[in-house]
Design a protein around this ligand. Structure first.
Ligand SMILES: O=C(O)c1cccc(C(=O)CC[C@H]2O[C@@H](n3cnc4c(=O)[nH]cnc43)[C@H](O)[C@@H]2O)c1
Length: 233
């Protein structure tokens, strides 16, 4: 069987291309645009993982990558964030007492934890901050919602729309997962004019030039902490 590979799942082709052009020896790392949002990300990633396994060339690591919103001041536009926790922020129920995550309702999980050693090595290689990256189905558009998210998730550095979906697919296949985000905009009041998508894509590409060797050599056995779930919401 050929050496198992790494799958990097992005939302859109522009992110996929930013990652792919940074890979000097792309034999071990595949890039795939799976669509925007957690459902498309989960479906696209799970399909790719299942197909690869059925063809006898399974993946050993899955990476969710792309642009994202950064919580100021810790994650300014143009900076990089590597998730040490991938948390879905809006999967639950609105109750008279506020938001209740699905875990409080007795279902599923809301957080996947990437392997510690992989987070550390990846962040060191590209100069990224590490913290929680939230997955949302609706891009935050007000200061009030940003504050609410930070109150609920004090370690959150960034939000995006795919990480948790990619992680669910990876865990289903028994694989470790990582999330890497290049910050294109602040999380807060919606102001499309402030989005720096080109700068973020350039930062994403630069980051993958530095982290590809880490991804290629990282071995699951380096870290056993890859399937622990935080149930705090
Ligand atoms: O409505 C807008 O103003 C707007 C402008 C440009 C792009 C969008 C998106 O919805 C892009 C979502 C896409 O990019 C990731 N992303 C980037 N920044 C954020 C964010 O602050 N919050 C959530 N997701 C973000 C996301 O992963 C999607 O793939 C909207």
């Amino acid at each position: 069987m050929p050496h198992p590979r790494v799958l990097v799942a992005t939302a859109v082709p522009a992110e996929r291309d930013a990652v792919a052009r940074a890979l000097s020896a792309p034999e071990g790392v595949d890039t795939l645009a799976v669509g925007v949002g957690p459902a498309a990300a989960a479906a696209g990633t799970a399909t790719a993982l299942a197909r690869a396994a059925a063809e006898g060339r399974p993946y050993r690591l899955v990476v969710s990558a792309g642009i994202g919103g950064g919580f100021p001041p810790e994650a300014p536009v143009g900076s990089l964030v590597v998730a040490d926790a991938i948390t879905v922020a809006d999967l639950g129920a609105q109750t008279p007492d506020g938001f209740a995550p699905v875990t409080e309702l007795g279902f599923g999980t809301v957080t996947h934890l990437p392997p510690r050693s992989l987070v550390r090595e990846t962040a060191d290689a590209c100069g990224a901050a590490t913290g929680t990256v939230l997955t949302v189905s609706t891009v935050t558009g007000t200061a009030e919602r940003a504050a609410e998210l930070r109150l609920r998730h004090p370690r959150a550095l960034a939000e995006a729309m795919e990480g948790f979906g990619v992680a669910e697919a990876a865990v289903l296949h028994g694989l470790p997962v990582l999330e890497v985000r290049a910050v294109s905009n602040p999380v807060g009041p919606r102001d499309r004019a402030t989005w720096r998508i080109g700068d973020a894509l350039a930062a994403l590409s630069d980051a993958f030039g530095k982290i590809a060797p880490v991804l290629e050599r990282w071995n699951t056995h380096d870290d056993t902490h890859d399937d622990t779930h935080d149930t705090h919401g």
